[in-house]
Structure formats: structure tokens, C-alpha cells
Design a binder for this molecule. Structure first.
Ligand SMILES: [Fe+2]
Length: 174
């Protein structure tokens, strides 16, 4: 693959960036799906990094609970990014994989400094919900294109993030 084809963006003219691919989804729909999956990948990776950061830096009386809970979450996110990136590859496009691309594509802000433990939980709830919204916004596009594998992936990711958001949110309730 040449550097020229590798750098092609989803949605650019002549959508397919590699060898001809005919899986029953037209080029325009495939480009739109990849655009959305790239945002989902960027959100998931950014949330992964934030969760790992908080695993390292959490302090206070809830240290043990949060340190371990964040570890479970970042491990799950690390596996999820692989599934999302490889779905993008199966759709015929390069997967974004640099910090600058992720920063451009994600809607999840970086934390400023080291937040208090409770603020970490708030930020992770917001992050989990943001990923759910990104996945849900893409769902009608994959549904219309009859892209069942992407629909299945989105459904699984929404399920995990909604459940994790509930678990984190529960820590804030009395
Ligand atoms: Fe650790």
C-alpha cells in the first residue's frame, strides 16, 4: 500500500482507500460508517487513557475500591479499541492510531491536573456517557446500510458503557 492511499480520509472522493471491496455496502455509506467508528475509537481510547490516569493518581479513603474499579474498566477499554479499529480495517480504511488524530476526533476533554477522587468519578461518568452518545448517533447510519457487524459492535459498546456509567454513578449517590 502506498503512502498516498494510506493517508486517504474517509469520505474523500473515490471512497475506497485500498483494493476494491464489495461487501454489499456502497462506498458512500462505508465512508460514513468509518467516520463514525473513527470517532468512537478516539472517544474509547481517550476514555481508556483517562481511566488509566485516574487508576494511577487516585487518593483518599476510597483508594482501594477506585484503584481496582478503574483497572477493570481500563482493561475492558483496551480490548474494545482493538475491536473498533479492526472493524474499520474490515471496512477497507486505515484506523486512526495517533494522539493528534484522537485529539481531533474525540469529544472527551482531557482532565486538568489531578482531580479529587469524587471529581474523577464525575468525569468518568461523563466520559462513559459521551461514548454511548457517539455510538448511538452512528447506529441509524449502520442500520440503514444493513451493516450488521458494526450494529452488533455498537450495541455491545452501548451496553458496556451504560452499565459502567450506572456503576460509577452509584458511587456518587447516597
Ligand atoms: Fe496498576
Amino acid at each position: 500500500m502506498s503512502a498516498k492511499t494510506a493517508s486517504k480520509k474517509p469520505g474523500s472522493k473515490g471512497a475506497s482507500s485500498e483494493a476494491a471491496l464489495d461487501i454489499g455496502i456502497n462506498d458512500e455509506e462505508r465512508a460514513r460508517i468509518v467516520e463514525g467508528l473513527s470517532r468512537l475509537l478516539a472517544d474509547t481510547y481517550t476514555l481508556y487513557l483517562k481511566t488509566h490516569n485516574f487508576h494511577w493518581n487516585v487518593k483518599g479513603p476510597m483508594f482501594n475500591t477506585l484503584h481496582l474499579m478503574f483497572e477493570t474498566q481500563y482493561n475492558e477499554l483496551a480490548l474494545a479499541v482493538d475491536l473498533i479499529a479492526e472493524r474499520i480495517r474490515a471496512l477497507g480504511y486505515p484506523a486512526p492510531g495517533t494522539y493528534s488524530e484522537f485529539a481531533r476526533l474525540t469529544c472527551i476533554p482531557e482532565p486538568e491536573g489531578v482531580p479529587h477522587a469524587e471529581e474523577m468519578i464525575v468525569q468518568l461518568v461523563e466520559g462513559q456517557e459521551a461514548v454511548v452518545r457517539t455510538a448511538r448517533n452512528l447506529f441509524p447510519v449502520v442500520d440503514a446500510a444493513r451493516d450488521e457487524p458494526s450494529a452488533d459492535l455498537l450495541t455491545q459498546r452501548m451496553q458496556v458503557h451504560e452499565k459502567t456509567a450506572w456503576m460509577l454513578r452509584s458511587l456518587l449517590e447516597s
